[in-house]
Design a binder for this molecule. Structure first.
Ligand SMILES: [Zn+2]
Length: 270
């Protein structure tokens, strides 16, 4: 890792500008953001108004890195609090991850719609309703997409929930939900108990990813990338003199980010 990369990784600013604003510019420059309101975000309503320098906020957390960053810390604290409260009262936190079977040539649009439908059906099923009755104190549903050159798009969903039911365990959760999920998707659910590590997993920010991409440049990280990591790569191409060691080409990064931006089925915090 060279020093410029280290600097980029360790700071939340690039050339003195907030990270999220630099990213906003790059995403616009490469026509990844095309929504006019998101493009205008951060500009001033009127230059003539002198010290009344109100800036436009698009509030589109799905597409806009500036607006997403503004609320991310608050969302993260909320999520941590829910988990900590649950654990403090002798509850348990679980994360269930659902994937799809897919082929390399499947479009992200097709996969996202299949995933959305499967989640909708799962949540209308008896299994999910039974689980909700097991003293569930909070739950969050978060969608994430990773891209790899070997297998294409891999969208998946994570259900994070807290329960105070002492008798519930990983096996029972899996047995309750998996038959439904397998019917819809052909894939199996993965159940993880998060009892000691309180997670902000769905709210990973770029800072975290920036570090992780270069630190964990191994195996899976070399092959599959989530959106924040791809955004970092784009910034590296735009701002680092030598980004030739990055695992995806610039044109691939741009193409994938465009497709991800057009086919997001979530925004963080839903
Ligand atoms: Zn915005």
């Amino acid at each position: 890792m060279n020093t410029i990369e280290t600097e980029l990784i360790n700071s939340r600013t690039i050339n003195g500008e907030p990270f999220s604003e630099v990213l906003h510019k790059s995403l616009i420059a490469h026509r990844i953001i095309t929504n006019p309101r998101v493009i205008k975000c951060g500009t001033y309503y009127s230059k003539e108004r002198g010290h009344f320098r109100f800036r436009i906020q698009c509030n589109n957390q799905k597409e806009c890195p500036v607006c997403r960053t503004r609320v991310a810390d608050k969302r993260k604290r909320q999520l941590l609090k829910e988990q900590m409260d649950c654990l403090k009262e002798n509850g348990f936190v679980y994360m269930v991850t659902g994937t799809l079977r897919h082929r390399k040539q499947d479009s992200l649009k097709l996969l996202q719609s299949k995933l959305r439908d499967s989640v909708k059906r799962l949540k209308n099923d008896r299994g999910w309703r039974k689980l909700r009755q097991r003293d569930m104190v909070f739950h969050k549903t978060v969608y994430e997409t990773v891209y790899g050159e070997k297998n294409g798009y891999h969208p998946h969903v994570m259900f994070l929930f807290g329960t105070k039911d002492q008798n519930l365990n990983k096996t029972e959760i899996k047995e309750t939900l998996n038959p439904y999920w397998r019917t819809y998707t052909g894939a199996n659910l993965d159940v993880l108990k998060i009892d000691s590590i309180v997670t902000t997993y769905p709210y990973k920010d770029w800072d975290y990813n920036l570090r992780s991409i270069f630190k964990k440049m191994n195996d899976e990280m070399k092959e599959r990338f989530e959106k924040p990591t791809l955004e970092i790569m784009l910034l590296c191409y735009d701002h680092l003199p030598d980004s030739s060691s990055l695992p995806l080409s610039k044109s691939t990064v741009i193409k994938v980010l465009k497709e991800m931006n057009q086919n997001q089925s979530y925004y963080l915090g839903r």
